[in-house]
Design a binder for this molecule. Structure first.
Ligand SMILES: *Cc1c(COP(=O)(O)O)cnc(C)c1O
Length: 459
């Protein structure tokens, strides 16, 4: 068949798919009225490595790891095979009163990898659910110890912890929070240590320490009332890939200790090597009381999450009374397929020098971003490990933002798609968070497409 005929057939198929989709589906984080005119809807047939193949036959480079879930590329054969093997043995079993090898092995492996001092693993089925678990466990553990005064949480400005009501309560991103505010818990918000907000001449570390002093003041004012501080270590991802110095985490740990409160590290987005270390907390040599993991946990294959906590928290629930037990449950808790995927993903970390390879990939990302850094409408290119962000502004010197209504980021998104690159900007902040298997050719393609997208969006 002539090539043009194939392309026409594929385009027709993609068109038909789109109409069926728009007739019945409701997509997440989307104003559906913008489909299909403002936003193209892209049906995907398969994924291999960093590439997604559209039904229309086009290839798309997944520069955002499909919402930060994918670690080793789409279709990673070892993870796919592990899931298939497990599906033939045991697809699922009630996890109350029953157990299985994949859940046990995964818990042992996670505890061995995590910062020292964590001793228990509680499974849930997505990131928001993990945050709910940590919040409830923290509160309940104090209650079980006879401390009923602790009912408050502290969260950071510009933070994000998911979209269920409890998790959303801890978020400070107006786009997600504002509408539902009347339904939400009200945490105490401490100012973010975001280095982008540092004062003229102030180092990232000094900025972090100044913000930590403000955090200490909040704890002092509410001494004995606070269950936990929840934060995203090193990178506030949904908040625009804003980054902070690890000194903040060290101080936050000290402040929580001084006030007998818990530290909840939400590493749902930054865990599993994204920031250069297996877990971001390692860069501050800090052990949280709760470590929330999801997204990359299964290598991007299946929804699953885990909350790691300490023996002290666990022991607060041991009693003859049922009320003192943690009665929280999700039907798919400890799903064997998810556990098998996670074990296969962790096996890749064991058999290959993943973090070491990422260090050289991160250096290439930095080098290829040089022309972006120099662009007159780029305020800053910042990077923590395998996360690189490009902040577009109207004026480079004053760092004044573009009016939101101009939707510069959306323009960049559409331009990059024309070049076969999926960049899904956060407002006017573009970022690269690619699967770890991205090679030099794909990196160069990504850098070229990003520069073109920045030029188009700011032109
Ligand atoms: C994505 C994310 C969540 C929520 O995870 P879901 O699986 O989408 O519910 C929570 N916290 C952080 C930091 C995240 O990036």
């Amino acid at each position: 068949m002539h090539k043009d005929n194939i392309d026409t057939a594929m385009l027709a198929e993609a068109g038909a798919w789109r109409s069926r989709d728009l007739a019945v589906l409701w997509h997440p984080c989307t104003q559906m009225a913008e489909h299909p005119d403002t936003l193209p809807l892209i049906p995907i047939r398969r994924g291999r490595g960093v590439w997604l193949e559209g039904v229309d036959g086009r290839q798309y480079l997944d520069a955002v790891s499909s919402w930060w879930t994918n670690l080793f590329g789409h279709g990673e054969p070892r993870i796919a095979a592990a899931i298939a093997r497990q599906a033939n043995e045991l697809e699922h079993v009630i996890f109350a009163g029953f157990s299985h090898e994949p859940a046990l092995q995964l818990a042992e492996k996670l505890l061995a990898l995590a910062p020292p001092g964590l001793a228990r693993v509680f499974y849930a089925d997505n990131g928001s659910a993990a945050v709910e678990v940590a919040l409830k466990m923290s509160f309940h553990s104090f209650l079980n110890r006879g401390d009923a005064r602790r009912k408050k949480f502290v969260a950071l400005s510009n933070g994000y912890h998911g979209e269920t009501l409890g998790a959303l309560s801890m978020a400070d991103i107006p786009l997600y929070r504002r509408v539902y505010a009347p339904l939400l818990l009200e945490p105490l918000f401490a100012p973010s240590p975001d280095a982008y907000e540092s004062e003229a001449g102030e180092s990232a570390e000094a900025c972090a320490l100044r913000r930590a002093d403000q955090l200490a003041a909040i704890f002092a004012q509410h001494d004995g009332e606070i269950c936990a501080l929840i934060l995203e270590p090193l990178v506030q991802c949904a908040g625009g890939m804003r980054m902070h110095h690890p000194a903040y985490l060290r101080r936050a740990r000290e402040i929580c200790n001084a006030h007998g409160a818990h530290l909840i590290a939400d590493e749902i987005a930054v865990g599993f090597g994204r920031t250069g270390t297996m877990f971001a907390c390692e860069q501050a040599a800090v052990t949280p009381d709760f470590l929330c993991l999801s997204k990359g946990l299964t290598g991007g294959f299946l929804p699953m999450s885990a909350v790691l906590t300490t023996a002290a928290v666990y022991e607060a629930f041991l009693d003859e009374s049922r009320d003192r037990a943690f009665l929280h449950s999700h039907s798919y808790t400890g799903n064997p397929l998810g556990c098998a995927a996670a074990l296969a993903s962790l096996a890749i970390f064991e058999s290959e020098p993943v973090l070491e390879r990422n260090r050289s990939t991160a250096l290439r990302m930095a080098a290829l971003a040089t022309p972006l850094r120099e662009h007159p409408h780029v305020a800053e290119v910042r990077q923590t490990g395998m996360i690189l962000a490009i902040e577009l502004v109207a004026d480079k010197r004053s760092r004044s933002a573009y009016p939101a209504g101009e939707r510069r980021g959306l323009r960049a998104y559409r331009r990059a798609l024309e070049d076969g690159v999926v960049l899904r900007p956060l407002g006017d902040i573009l970022y690269w968070m690619p699967p770890y298997c991205i090679d030099e050719g794909a990196l160069q393609h990504l850098a070229r497409a990003t520069l073109a997208a920045v030029q188009e969006a700011t032109g």
